[in-house]
Design a protein around this ligand. Structure first.
Ligand SMILES: *[C@@H]1O[C@H](CO)[C@@H](O)[C@H](O)[C@H]1NC(C)=O
Length: 162
């Protein structure tokens, strides 16, 4: 009985977190259309989320076939646009790859936009365990980033120019 109550409270606070973020999204980051049923990310880029799971490199290949890359997030506005797309896409919080990868100790964006300048790491991240060189968003709470082995299967979202 107590366990049930605790579980209900956890579910309720997760729903509250989502509702609060959705309000911010409605007020500040309403969805804007891009060609081909994608959404606007910034002045130069569109973005979309897909229903397939893949390891990081396959996910990047998938995005290349869509004419782009895994998404790079360069400032708070990019971050919120991506977060709001994920919030609107599904009720539950699923981990998605972002285009950040560590090589020789340094993270950079696979679309070539350089080293990470803006980050939203979850507490204790990035961890420096061996072979956790790729990054997902939505770990532990909405939007938070975590390193994972690149061979893990996670959901795909992509950016492309447009
Ligand atoms: C955020 O970065 C993008 C490039 O990723 C840029 O186009 C946009 O103008 C920047 N927005 C702000 C508010 O700095």
């Amino acid at each position: 009985m107590l366990l049930l109550l605790v579980l209900m409270m956890i579910a309720a606070s997760a729903a509250d977190e989502r509702d609060e973020l959705l309000k911010m999204c409605r007020d500040k980051y309403p969805p804007q259309a891009c060609p081909g049923y994608w959404y606007r990310l910034d002045g130069q880029r569109c973005m979309s989320v897909f229903r397939s799971f893949a390891p990081f490199d396959i996910a990047e290949t998938y995005c290349k076939r869509e004419g782009g890359h895994l998404i790079s997030i360069n400032n708070l506005s990019d971050y919120n646009q991506v977060l709001c797309m994920l919030l609107r896409d599904r009720y539950t919080r699923n981990e998605h790859w972002i285009g950040a990868k560590r090589s020789q100790g340094k993270f950079s964006w696979v679309d070539g936009s350089g080293p990470l300048t803006f980050t939203k790491w979850a507490p204790g991240q990035p961890d420096n365990q061996q072979q956790q060189d790729c990054v997902v968003m939505n770990y532990g709470s909405w939007g938070a980033w975590k390193t994972l082995p690149c061979s893990e299967n996670r959901l795909i979202m992509c950016e492309r120019r447009g």
